[in-house]
Design a protein around this ligand. Structure first.
Ligand SMILES: NC(=O)c1ccc[n+]([C@@H]2O[C@H](COP(=O)([O-])OP(=O)(O)OC[C@H]3O[C@@H](n4cnc5c(N)ncnc54)[C@H](OP(=O)(O)O)[C@@H]3O)[C@@H](O)[C@H]2O)c1
Length: 326
């Protein structure tokens, strides 16, 4: 597996693994297969593992601790704070206060069973707390040796600049895929590139739409949270899948799968995708995307296949305008 550098000093596998769906939001999962998938990821060099205290809450970090605690030195672990959660799992909403960040970090370390977090993200900026205060608290965690690098998720360009002035930011994580390309137009990615900050693409497969795995809403379990998202409402989903059919045709010409060309496109954009999967076979398929080099013409054809205005439904139901902290 190739590597990419995030910020000044964090080297990660070019494709990571998003662990969220292994026990949160996306319906039932099999802990044995999830554990085997996490182990297999490390075996094949997919060592950049993404989680958050909010996934479960807590159970996702605990799963990773159980599955990979004994292989701590082989992985780069990324987790996130700021969805204020009581120890009993009650979620209150954003909290970017220094006090909460300190508490959340200690709890994440305990749940992961690890001494350090390689990349600690603020999951969302808290409008009630200046970003300087949140990042200042995270910088203190770096100084204390609990965190190696700091990241932010879904922040607007001005917030990123202010944060980076307090402490070097290694990575920004935002939704970015052939279906969600707004980061290319709202200065978010351009600012990260300018400041030498890495860009991590979450939901790089459009939460599964850009794969052969979610071809119909019947492929989703009744309790799958995607059923509540605008792009997964029946009429929107049908229209969006018609766009994916165009990507499937291009993938066929390239001799790759839909998921693979979606990931190869992100790699060509300079992002590090963290596709989520609970299955070893899909992990192998996704990891192989690192070996696909798209031509400029293929990249253009993929963008043209999904005109932004033709995508039906907002990406997550949050109506924050482009360029604003979400
Ligand atoms: N910062 C944030 O606010 C934020 C928000 C959302 C997500 N994330 C992170 O981003 C990661 C990935 O995002 P995501 O899971 O939402 O969406 P995604 O990676 O775009 O898609 C995941 C879905 O695609 C399916 N899939 C993956 N590879 C496949 C393949 N090769 N063939 C067929 N189906 C395939 C998975 O099914 P199976 O699992 O059944 O294989 C799952 O349903 C998460 O795990 C999380 O770590 C961060």
């Amino acid at each position: 597996m190739q590597t990419r550098q995030l910020g000044d000093g964090l080297t990660v596998s070019a494709i990571g693994l998003g662990a969220m769906g292994m026990n949160a939001f996306y319906g039932p999962s099999d802990e044995r297969e999830s554990t085997a998938t996490l182990q297999h990821a490390v075996d094949i060099g997919v060592t950049f593992i993404d989680t958050a205290e909010a996934y479960g809450p807590f159970t996702n970090e605990q799963l990773i601790g159980r599955a990979l605690g004994s292989r701590r030195d082989e992985i780069t672990i990324a987790t996130k704070a700021s969805a204020e959660t009581d120890d009993d799992g009650t979620v209150h909403g954003r909290n970017g206060s220094p006090e909460y960040i300190r508490r959340a970090c200690d709890r994440s370390l305990r749940h992961l069973g690890m001494d350090t977090i390689d990349l600690y993200y603020l999951h969302r900026a808290d409008p009630a707390v200046p970003i300087e205060d949140s990042v200042g608290a995270m910088a203190d965690l770096v100084a204390a040796g609990k965190v190696r690098h700091i990241g932010l998720s879904e922040v607007a360009a001005p917030t990123l600049r202010r944060a980076h002035a307090v402490h070097p930011i290694a990575a920004v994580q935002s939704e970015f895929s052939l279906f969600s390309r707004d980061v290319l137009h709202n200065e978010e990615k351009a600012t990260a590139d300018e400041l030498g900050i890495g860009f991590v693409a979450f939901s790089p497969l459009g939460r599964g739409v850009l794969t052969e795995g979610v071809r119909s809403l019947d492929d989703l379990a009744p309790d799958d949270a995607r059923r509540g998202l605008p792009r997964f409402q029946p009429a929107a989903f049908a229209a969006n899948r018609r766009l994916v059919a165009r990507v499937e045709r291009i993938a066929g010409e390239i001799g790759a799968t839909t998921a693979q060309v979606a990931l190869a496109w992100l790699l060509a954009e300079g992002a590090v995708p963290i596709p989520g999967t609970r299955r070893r076979s899909r992990l192998d398929e996704n990891a192989a995307a690192a070996g696909i080099r798209l031509t400029d013409a293929q990249r253009t054809a993929l963008v043209d296949a999904i005109p932004a205005d033709d995508v039906i439904g907002s990406r997550d139901g949050v109506d924050a305008p482009i360029g604003i902290d979400r």
